[in-house]
Structure formats: structure tokens, C-alpha cells
Design a protein around this ligand. Structure first.
Ligand SMILES: *Cc1c(COP(=O)(O)O)cnc(C)c1O
Length: 424
């Protein structure tokens, strides 16, 4: 959470909480705009476009805001395609980067006329059998054993389920020529929440080498390289910001040299999610109970049903603060939700200001991979989303889930299959 966001939010936060009720995620429109502008500016002298990763923050109001900055959208599922189209995107505005892709998803992506990012040879086979005519085909490559482990969640070495084996790339691309796409690209993403530009630049080198070999082997000349997402943000206080200018300089040097040397114009794509929205959201939750177990426990009115990262990834940290907590004494506590899971904790043995029932607790940096990743185990329902406009207006952009929502899927068409005869 930036100082500017704090300054915009904190003076009126208790009124906002009284009006809308807790818990909620609230997003800072001005901050999101500033980051979007900054990203575009960093790459302004390249042929560049950011395709925001919808899975990080799929609310169409946020997507529309980002579309106003020229962003396209990276979608990985049917619902995300719907969200992107809801936000006005189509054609070249959408890159469909799925994994273990279904026929229905491909139909939807083709219907949107999206760039199809092929994650596996079987996708090409299926597109051919569908007689599909995608506008643009991109190939996600995975370098396998030579890839350093950049992040365990995407799989380094040979454990990854993502991408085309680089030693199969030429065959896959040669086959994909039958699709008659207008443009081709290469994609790579090996890690998430990366702290420094190095691995992006290493990956870019890998793609540029692959592009040259690919042209020699197949005659296909790629028009763009997609470096995926993965730019990290400072979740911990005092942590340094990702060196975006360093990344942009490194990319510019490499791409300009490549373009000059080979008279080969290249477009550069990124699919940032966390970097764009992560810092511009905060989860606001109220203290329900103070409990003394073996430790001091602060129980709040939201848990993994609003934010699962701390429970899901052992190394995930979210800063926790208390509204009007300055000047209070400090204490060491666990901050917990209400789920029947002991990993339902936003903070473990964390030093925070002393709280009492009713205090507002802020869990920082929930603008990305927060509500979109939350779940409803134990009948714990997902919270609402609010948007803080630059003029101070606060708008509800998603209501809280209700008990009716939780039971909605029970209302289904009557259907019974008699299987007794088969068993006999
Ligand atoms: C998750 C994902 C992203 C976004 O990752 P961030 O770490 O939020 O930047 C981008 N592209 C693909 C293919 C992804 O799976």
C-alpha cells in the first residue's frame, strides 16, 4: 500500500466501513492509473503492449479502467474471455494463454478473434482439425532442464506442466503454419513475483535465439515476443520496488540490437498482473474477537474467503496495519479468519498495534491474486469490492456473496440416470 493510497483512503475509511459494512477489498483508481501510465512510459520507445493478466483481477470495471490506458488482456479461461469482452476487448486486444486447453475454450477464444497462445502441440492439432483461422498464433516455450527455477509455482526444470518443449518447437511451428495465421509470436513465463529484471532478460535472450533458429528451420518469422507476467511488488515494508526502468532498458537494448542486426521489427508484449494492480488494493476487515489460546489471537471478519495467499503459499507475506493504531502499544499476535483450517491466518506471530473488538484491520496489497483466488470452503462467503475514485467517491463494484449465491447451484434441471440394468 503506497503512502498516496493511505493518504487518500485512511481519513474516510471508518465512514466507508460504516456505510458499506466489512469486510471489503477497496481499490485505488488513481494508483492503478499511475502504475499503468508508468508501465506504458517505461516502454514507450518500443513497439510495446501490456496484456493485463485477467486472473489477477477480473472485475470488468477494473479491466475497463486499464483498457483506457491501452492495455490488452491476457485470458486463460472461458470466464476470463467473457470478462475481457465485457470490458470491450476483442481481436488483438486479447491474448488467450491457457493450459490443458478445452475445445470449448478454443471456440470462445476464436470467436473473440484473440491471439491464441499455444501451450502444447495438441492445441495445434485441435485447431487444425477445427479448420480454425486464428488471426495470430503465439507459442509458449519451456526450456526444460536448462531453466533455472525462477519460481516454484510455475515449475522449473522438467517438472513444469507449461509450455512447448523447446526441442519440439520447430516441429510444432511447422505444423501450425497450416493454420495460416497473419502473425506469429513466442511466449515465455517461468516465474511469478520476481524481484529483479535478470530472469526476464535471460528469457528474452532465449526467445530471440529461438526466433532466429525458427526462421532458419521453418521460414516462420515471429512478429512479437511475449515475456509473460511475473514482475514482483514490495509486499514487505522497506522492500525495494522492482527496477522497471532497468527491465525496460535491458529489453530496449536487446530488441533494438536484434532489429538492427537482422532488419527484423519486433513487438514486445508483457502480461503483468500483480505489478499493475497488487499494490492498489487493500482488504479491510473488522476485529470480531480477541482470544487467548497458546498465543494471542486477533480474529477478524474475513479469512481465506477473501484472500488465500498467506494460507496457500508459505512464503507469501501481506502487511497488516490497524486504523488509528499509531501510538498504541504493540503486541505479537496471529491474525486469523473463521475457517476450519489452521492456515487461515493473515499474519503469524506478527507485531502489530494492540487491537480491541471493532477495530479496522487492513491487510495490504490485495489488488491482485486476492479476491480472484479466494474460495468458499466451510460456507465462508466472498467479500464485496469497492473502488475509490480520485475525487473521493467510493463505488461498490461487486457485492458480497450471499447465502443464496452459495446455494444457487443446487437449483438445477432435474436429471436422473437409471443404471441398475447395466449393473445386472
Ligand atoms: C498468472 C499469469 C500472468 C500474470 O502473472 P503476475 O505474476 O500477476 O504478473 C501472466 N501470464 C500468464 C500466462 C499467467 O499464467
Amino acid at each position: 500500500m503506497s503512502d498516496e493510497f493511505s493518504r487518500r483512503l485512511l481519513p474516510t475509511l471508518s465512514r466507508i466501513a460504516d456505510h458499506f459494512g466489512t469486510p471489503f477489498h477497496i481499490y485505488d483508481m488513481q494508483g492503478a492509473r499511475d502504475t499503468a501510465e508508468g508501465l506504458n512510459h517505461a516502454f514507450h520507445d518500443l513497439n510495446f503492449r501490456e496484456y493485463f493478466a485477467v486472473k489477477a483481477q477480473p472485475n470488468p470495471q477494473i479491466l475497463r479502467l486499464l483498457a483506457n490506458h491501452g492495455f490488452g488482456f491476457d485470458c486463460s479461461s472461458l470466464a476470463e474471455l467473457v470478462a475481457a469482452r465485457e470490458a470491450g476487448a476483442s481481436g488483438d486486444d486479447i491474448s488467450f494463454t491457457s493450459n490443458n486447453t478445452s475445445y470449448e475454450e478454443l471456440v470462445a477464444a476464436l470467436d473473440a478473434d484473440a491471439i491464441i497462445t499455444v501451450d502444447d502441440e495438441t492445441v495445434v492439432d485441435r485447431l487444425l482439425s477445427m479448420r480454425a483461422r486464428p488471426r495470430s498464433v503465439c507459442f509458449r516455450v519451456h526450456p526444460g532442464r536448462s531453466a533455472s527455477v525462477q519460481n516454484m509455482h510455475l515449475g522449473g526444470g522438467d517438472s513444469s506442466k507449461f509450455g512447448i518443449r523447446i526441442d519440439r518447437l520447430h516441429d510444432v511451428v511447422a505444423k501450425a503454419r497450416g493454420l495460416g495465421a497473419h502473425t506469429y509470436g513466442l511466449h515465455i513465463m517461468l516465474g511469478s513475483h520476481l524481484q529483479v529484471p535478470d530472469s526476464f532478460l535471460k528469457n528474452l535472450d532465449l526467445l530471440l535465439d529461438a526466433a532466429l533458429l525458427l526462421q532458419d528451420a521453418t521460414g516462420v518469422r515471429v512478429d512479437f515476443v511475449n515475456l509473460g507476467g511475473g514482475i514482483g511488488i514490495p509486499y514487505r515494508p522497506g522492500e525495494r520496488e522492482f527496477d522497471l526502468a532497468g527491465l525496460a532498458n535491458g529489453v530496449r537494448d536487446r530488441v533494438n540490437a536484434f532489429e538492427r542486426e537482422h532488419t527484423w521489427p519486433l513487438r514486445v508484449l508483457l502480461e503483468s498482473g500483480r505489478y499493475v494492480m497488487g499494490p492498489h488494493g487493500v482488504l479491510v476487515t473488522r476485529v470480531l474477537n480477541r482470544m487467548t489460546k497458546w498465543r494471542e489471537i486477533v480474529g477478524v471478519d474475513c479469512g481465506m474467503n477473501g484472500l488465500i495467499r498467506p494460507g496457500m503459499y508459505p512464503d507469501a507475506y501481506h502487511h497488516v496495519s490497524v486504523l488509528d493504531g499509531d501510538g498504541r502499544g504493540l503486541e505479537t499476535v496471529d491474525v486469523v479468519g473463521s475457517m476450519c483450517e489452521n492456515n487461515d491466518k493473515f499474519a503469524i506471530q506478527r507485531v502489530i498495534p494492540r487491537t480491541v473488538e471493532g477495530d479496522l484491520v487492513l491487510v495490504h496489497d490485495t489488488g491482485a491474486h486476492a479476491l480472484s483466488q479466494a474460495y468458499t470452503y466451510g460456507g465462508r462467503l466472498r467479500p464485496q469490492e469497492l473502488l475509490l475514485h480520485p475525487d473521493g467517491v467510493v463505488e461498490r463494484i461487486r457485492r458480497a456473496e450471499t447465502v443464496e449465491d452459495y446455494f444457487a447451484t443446487l437449483h438445477c434441471d432435474a436429471d436422473r440416470l437409471e443404471t441398475a440394468a447395466v449393473l445386472r
